[in-house]
Design a protein around this ligand. Structure first.
Ligand code: CP
Length: 377
């Protein structure tokens, strides 16, 4: 008997249709030959610019149905992975796809969560994290480097220090014969769309029993001027009814006018303050961010009295009992480690949610959502 390794796939051959439950199945050699012939005649379908999700660059393009679908896919993958059989079915979803992880700006969780999301789905990965090890040091242009990646892989996941690089890569892909999707994994101080997606997933999971994200009061605290995670999250929140925002930041690090203009355009009320203690009692979620010291040109961050924009036991005491505390991490002194023990601390679950949301994004890009076996309830 022959094991064709076809778990979780749907084909026209009746024998193959019987494999969709995720149960490993062995075939008689004569049956296996017919199946193999069918498989060999099947063209490998790659996503195109007209696919429901292709490039992931700007969070503003995400609408509520897609956000709901991605959250549901993330949960589906998360629950499936709890069983040996489910984890194997996930691994069989995208074994013919390859990803390039081009991370030239430091990252721990975005890199690791994308890398592991790829592996969970059976994808293989290549990486460049240090441009001094690539042909960029020989003078190869950014455009030629990106085009070269696309010659070898099916998706490019990239983080850069410069804003707009992922958008530039996506534009380049749109003009070549074999374009591959580009995922922005953080572009300068501008945008971090997949972080915002995982933040939405975390908010949705946290408020599942409390009416969802609609109508919630969300505080964002810290360096809102240079923090790309809060900028991207503000863009996604246009998809939820009745959300109100409270920006708690030092005056010199207040939210940027372009994001405020977006909120005005979508009639999302926001309030700005420097007084954390006054803001805390009304919040359903407090999204804490660190000072983005890497963007300092003359030690600007050092001028901030961080004790006014930090959370510890006294601040927790003023927060609702069912509120949550989020942070994109890594953290600085703005969250005391003792907060980790409080059930409202959501940031460690938030970072793990990132792996499932990034798996959901890859599943959607490659159109594999119809091939996932049912998850246990
Ligand atoms: N939240 C986030 O982007 O973390 P990393 O910089 O570690 O990837």
């Amino acid at each position: 008997m022959v094991d064709l390794g076809l778990r979780g796939r749907r084909y026209t051959t009746p024998a193959l249709q019987r494999t969709i439950s995720g149960t490993p199945r062995r075939f008689h050699p004569s049956e296996a030959t017919a199946i193999a012939t069918e498989l060999l005649s099947e063209t490998l379908v790659l996503p195109t610019q007209t696919s429901p999700l292709f490039h992931v660059i700007d969070p503003r393009v995400f609408e509520r149905p897609l956000l709901d679908e991605l959250c549901s896919l993330a949960t589906h993958a998360r629950l499936l992975a709890k069983s040996e059989m489910g984890a194997r079915a996930l691994r069989d979803l995208l074994p013919t796809r390859r990803a390039m992880l081009y991370f030239t700006q430091p990252s721990t969780r975005t890199f690791l969560s994308f890398n592991n999301a790829c592996h969970i789905l059976g994808m293989r990965t290549s990486e460049i994290r240090d441009p001094s090890t690539s042909s960029e040091v020989k003078g190869e242009s950014f455009e030629d480097s990106i085009r070269t990646f696309s010659s070898y892989v099916d998706v490019i996941i990239m983080r850069t220090k410069e804003s707009g690089r992922a958008a530039q890569a996506a534009d380049l892909m749109n003009g070549i014969p074999r374009p591959v999707p580009v995922i922005n994994a953080g572009s300068g101080s501008d945008q971090h769309p997949t972080q915002a997606l995982l933040d939405i997933y975390t908010l949705q999971r946290s408020f599942e029993e409390h009416g969802g994200i609609d109508g919630k009061v969300i505080g964002m605290m810290g360096d809102l001027k240079r923090g790309r995670t809060v900028r991207s999250l503000c863009y996604l929140l246009k998809n939820y009814q009745g959300v109100r925002l409270v920006f708690i930041a030092p005056e010199q690090f207040a939210m940027q006018p372009d994001v405020k203009a977006h909120l005005d355009e979508h009639r999302i009320p926001y309030h700005e303050t420097t007084k954390l203690d006054e803001a805390l009692p009304a919040l359903d979620a407090l999204y804490v961010t660190r000072m983005q010291t890497e963007w300092d040109t003359a030690g600007e961050s050092r001028a901030v009295d961080l004790s006014r924009f930090s959370i510890g036991a006294p601040q927790l005491a003023r927060l609702k009992r069912d509120a949550i505390v989020m942070h994109p991490l890594p953290r600085g002194p703005e969250i005391d480690p003792s907060v980790d023990q409080d059930p409202r601390a959501m940031y460690w679950r938030q970072e793990r949610n990132g792996m499932w949301m990034r798996a959901a994004v890859l599943i959607k890009i490659f159109g594999a959502e119809g091939r996932i076996p049912d998850a246990p309830r």
